[in-house]
Design a protein around this ligand. Structure first.
Ligand code: DGP
Length: 116
């Protein structure tokens, strides 16, 4: 746990959030600034800066992250019409919080993958 990591603090229950799932290794909560009708973040409890670091250090938890994201999509009613899963990774992707997180987005047509 990193004291100055906002997502570590959410995972530890130290900061308020709209928690949707709290498992042994992963947590899901609503994004503070939703970019779609449904916008959920899924994180591992353990701190890893991005998805590449997580996949390298702990492939099992990386898999759990995907399982949790799929379960969240199902629970939020996104499975039938589809959803988008995004891992912003690094500067060019615009990553702002350096604790790996999957964005689960859905609830309406999401448009093209990239805005130009
Ligand atoms: P990214 O650009 O991929 O690093 O996205 C970070 C996301 O995290 C962004 O959509 C806003 C969200 N976020 C930042 N701080 C908080 C917070 O304290 N609580 C919640 N629920 N979401 C946050």
């Amino acid at each position: 746990m990193s004291d100055n990591c906002v997502f570590c603090r959410i995972a530890a229950g130290e900061l308020p959030t709209t928690l949707l799932y709290d498992g042994a290794n992963t947590v899901a909560f609503r994004d503070l600034h939703p970019q779609a009708p449904t916008h959920v973040l899924v994180i591992p409890k353990q701190h890893h800066p991005d998805v590449a670091a997580l996949a390298s250090a702990d492939p099992a938890v990386a898999g759990e992250l995907l399982t949790t994201a799929a379960a969240v999509a199902q629970a939020e009613g996104l499975a039938a019409d589809g959803f988008r899963l995004i891992f912003n990774t690094g500067r060019y992707a615009g990553q702002e919080v350096f604790h790996v997180h999957a964005h689960v987005l859905g609830g309406a047509p999401l448009g093209p993958l990239l805005s130009r």
